[in-house]
Design a protein around this ligand. Structure first.
Ligand code: FAD
Ligand code: SF4
Length: 469
């Protein structure tokens, strides 16, 4: 994969990874062994027939390859860019045992971008309308997948989205330099071309309830509202000026175009020295965004070691190349403010790794040694949790943990006609796991409406009383 030069790319928000050339793609496709028992498919949550699509690339039939992928995945140019392939399809690739794995993600991106360059797309195959209506709440990867898969089967599907544009985290979380908005727009256009209706500025739980949707004639409802609320550090100084939660910071910049203030009217404070707390994709995106907004120094403060960083390896490498500095085994203890209430420094404690915790990773333990870094902005990226607006509006819906919905592997909840999937059922996860959940739920909803399953696979609790709040 070709990448833009770090010294140039940190000055703008244009895409960093440039994709494969045709020559590179053909060479890469030749590497695939076309295994009889391809392990790569086992690593893909939506089970794309990877060897088959690669065989199309080998034959230079790129649109044929894309068509094959779309049988399983409605958002290929997105997955080709942001999926953690290294731990999924590519991580499983048999060729990788002896040498390096086939760059499956880059090939997926190549065929999807090929169609985009042509500027026209083949009309998708959609079954004739069956007159059955399904409502989808949320238009992130989970919701878009359910909506698209059911539309292909002839369902009348409507996605209700709280924000003013569809896409979920793909739109407001992942920055332009990793996932250009025009790429997302093209995938959403494809979903719409299947007949999916997307209604924006529509907050289910406030504008309308699930009970009202069912009363309107929707025969099933899929909840794919993600986990968009921030987790707190709960340390002194978290309320100081210029301390942001990553979700707010990224939403301002990505969705509200704050980096073009005053041309766009949402401001974001630009800072000289920024500390980002956390080690996941959200932390890397926040740090690299702060850099592009003009920060001179950006630090990532992470309480475990580099080995445990949950972010995609590629993004860590990109961040390092761009000059982001890492403080590993460091835990923030306090954000120090000035007399006017602005963040000025962050006090941290050095950690050491102890025994593995319930996640299997070695637990960071305090060492008692403290240090302070001068900063004028802090971005907290220590995880997301469920937003309570929707879940609190559905009485009787079974929840776990911090407000996540209990659903079985096919998305069935304890309430009849109500399915759920993606981050709202698992906690913050990945694009492809949300899409995998969406695929399984679409199948289960089809079975349910067509009477192939008696009702929801879990013991149903049919009294669906609703309360707006
Ligand atoms: P979301 O994408 O969160 O979509 C939910 C949608 O529901 C939103 O549009 C929201 O506005 C809407 N909604 C919420 N409440 C309501 C309501 N009451 N009524 C109507 N609509 C509602 N994963 C990767 O695989 N690779 C990455 O590189 C990666 N990077 C990431 C970077 C960032 C900054 C973040 C935040 C996440 C990243 N992830 C990444 C995780 C991935 O984006 C999520 O796991 C995935 O988007 C979850 O999909 P979803 O459909 O469940 O929810
Ligand atoms: Fe090709 Fe690797 Fe899949 Fe085998 S496991 S078919 S080599 S991509």
């Amino acid at each position: 994969m070709r990448y833009r030069n770090p010294s140039k790319r940190i000055k703008d928000f244009k895409e960093v990874a440039l994709g494969l050339t045709e020559k590179q793609a053909l060479k890469e496709a030749q590497l695939c062994l076309q295994c009889k028992k391809p392990r790569c498919i086992d690593g893909c949550p939506v089970e794309i027939d990877i060897p088959k699509f690669i065989s199309f690339v080998k034959e230079k039939d790129y649109l044929g390859g894309l068509k094959k992928i779309r049988e399983y995945n409605n958002l290929p140019s997105i997955c080709g860019r942001v999926c953690p392939q290294e731990s999924q399809c590519q991580g499983n690739c048999i060729r990788g045992k002896k040498t390096r794995p086939v760059a499956i993600g880059a090939l997926e991106r190549f065929v999807a971008d090929y169609e985009m360059l042509l500027g026209k797309a083949e009309a998708p195959e959609v079954k004739p309308p069956n007159g059955r209506k399904v409502a989808i709440i949320g238009s992130g990867p989970a919701g878009l997948t359910v909506a698209a898969d059911l539309a292909k089967l002839g369902y009348d599907t409507t996605a209700f989205e709280a924000l003013h544009e569809p896409g979920g985290v793909l739109l407001y979380g992942i920055p332009e330099f990793r996932l250009p908005k025009k790429v997302l727009q093209r995938e959403i256009d494809y979903v719409r071309s299947l007949g999916v209706k997307i209604i924006v500025n529509w907050v289910i739980g406030r504008t309308q309830t699930i009970g009202e949707l069912i009363a309107e004639g929707f025969e099933a409802v899929f909840i794919g509202v993600g986990a968009g609320s921030p987790k707190y550090l709960r340390i002194t100084g978290e309320n100081l000026n210029n301390v942001y939660f990553a979700s707010e910071f990224l939403t301002r910049v990505n969705l509200m175009k704050a980096y073009r203030f005053p041309e766009y009217d949402t401001p974001v404070k630009r800072a000289r020295r920024v500390a980002v707390i956390g080690g996941g994709n959200v932390a890397m995106d926040s740090a690299r965004t702060a850099l592009r907004l003009g920060a001179e120094k950006v630090y990532i403060i992470y309480r475990r070691s580099e080995k445990e960083l949950p972010s995609r390896h590629e993004e860590v490498e990109n961040a390092k190349e761009e000059g982001i500095e890492f403080y590993f085994l460091s835990n923030p203890r306090m954000i120090i403010g000035d007399e006017r209430g602005w963040a000025r420094a962050i006090k941290c404690e050095k950690m050491r790794l102890g025994e593995p915790d319930e996640s299997g990773r070695r637990k960071p333990e305090p060492s008692g040694e403290e240090f302070t870094i001068d900063v004028d902005q802090v971005i907290v990226a220590v995880g997301q949790r469920s937003n309570p607006v929707l879940v609190r509006s559905v009485q009787g819906l079974k929840l776990w943990g911090e407000g996540y919905i209990v659903a079985d592997k096919d998305g069935a909840t304890n309430l009849e006609k109500v399915f759920a999937g993606g981050d709202i059922t698992t906690g913050a996860a990945t694009v492809i796991s949300a899409m995998g959940a969406g695929k399984r739920a679409a199948r289960a909803i089809d079975d349910f409406i067509m009477g192939r399953t008696k009702s929801s696979p879990q013991p149903p609790e049919p009294i669906l009383s609703q309360s707006k709040h």
